[in-house]
Design a binder for this molecule. Structure first.
Ligand code: NCD
Ligand code: ZN
Length: 352
């Protein structure tokens, strides 16, 4: 696949990026956040964890209509819809929705793993027939890779999921195309790297920037709390190495997950970082610091569509380096303000 990137030290033109894991919510929140993603991104895989979740093709089609209605007329942004896998999912319904171009993937949440995941899967053998049908029709599975066993330490839940859940599923359904989402550990990076086929991973913006000290040292920082929770620094470094490597199995899924400040700042606050606004600036800073601006396009714009069997976007964006960029510290929504992810360092790259 030909690269479109044109580079000078302070300018980079790349194929328009896509976001392979995004929460747009619904209603007033969606009205406020969706245009920010559509500003920079061509497409995004839309998470189905609404309340109630998006479980059928018809619900995914209706949600897609609501997303398009929240964007200015003529916006070229394309939401790529997902259905939420439950133990009751009907494989025929998925097949029709896939054939009709309504859904691009199916999302697996272990029951109770994260925000609005109560309808997720507890018994993975129950969904095996659906996974087999998905493998047959080439419909990818996006996986939230954390076990929910209360006896497993929260920092170990991704690594244990790989061994206890993901390896058995991939062994039993080897033709299933899997995306391990928002990976946070060296373990996950190694597992993806060592796999021969049908496995890729998304990496978020914030996990390339924060480790668990950012959340917990010197006072608790609720706006850095997300799931999977950020791990030790050595894991963050492994994620950066994977992202900047040019390996086509690692690509951007921001997991931008807006919650109002009121819901973030509770005694039991919601998980999620809102990065839709400044993701491209944050990523450029990370790649530039590593001397790998030439690998940014692969991560944001080429590797994702390639894994999903789609063409990269035909248009481009240009990133320009200069004085620190101004971005708002929050966005206002009719439900209340949503704090924008603060990377903790100045951002010098902006999307022109
Ligand atoms: C997501 C959300 O708020 O919907 N939260 C998060 O911390 N990432 C759910 C998820 O993707 O786990
Ligand atoms: Zn998510």
């Amino acid at each position: 696949m030909g690269s479109m990137s044109k580079q000078s030290p302070d300018r980079l033109t790349i194929a328009r990026p896509d976001d392979w894991h995004l929460h747009l919510r619904d209603g007033a929140m969606m009205q406020a956040v969706a245009p920010h993603t559509a500003n920079h991104f061509g497409r995004a895989i839309i998470m189905p964890n609404l309340v109630p979740p998006v479980v059928t093709g018809a619900q995914a089609a209706a949600y897609r209509e609501r997303i398009m209605a929240a964007l200015p007329d003529g916006t070229p942004f394309r939401p790529l819809m997902t259905c939420y896998l439950t133990e009751e999912t009907d494989a025929d319904d998925l097949e029709i929705a896939h054939r009709d171009g309504i859904i691009t993937a199916v999302k697996l949440y272990p029951a109770g793993a994260t925000t609005n995941s109560a309808s997720g899967v507890s018994d993975f053998d129950k969904v095996r027939p659906v996974l087999e049908r998905m493998a047959d029709m080439g419909l990818p599975l996006c996986v939230h890779g954390e076990v929910t066993d209360p006896n497993i330490d929260i920092f170990d839940r991704e690594a244990v999921f790989i061994d206890k859940v993901l390896k058995p599923i991939r062994k039993k359904v080897p033709d299933l195309k899997v995306i391990m989402e928002h990976v946070t550990t060296q373990n996950a990076v190694d597992y993806v790297r060592d796999s021969r086929s049908n496995l890729a991973a998304t990496i978020t913006t914030h996990h390339l920037i924060i480790n668990r000290n950012h959340i917990l040292a010197g006072g608790i920082k609720p706006h850095y709390y997300c799931l999977p929770v950020a791990k030790r620094e050595k894991h963050r470094i492994a994620l950066v190495q994977a992202a900047i490597s040019g390996d086509k199995r690692f690509f951007l899924g921001t997991d931008s997950a807006p919650h109002t400040d009121a819901n973030k700042l509770l005694p039991c606050g919601c998980a999620g970082c809102f990065t839709a606004i400044n993701t491209m600036s944050c990523l450029a800073e990370v790649f530039d610091a590593a001397g790998k601006m030439d690998k940014l396009e692969n991560f944001t714009s080429l590797a994702g569509p390639r894994y999903y069997g789609l063409e990269p976007n035909e248009d481009t964006v240009t990133l320009v380096k200069g004085d620190p960029v101004d971005y708002p510290d929050h966005v206002d929504t009719a439900d209340g303000p949503v704090t924008v992810f603060n990377p903790g360092f100045p951002l010098h790259w902006r999307v022109e």
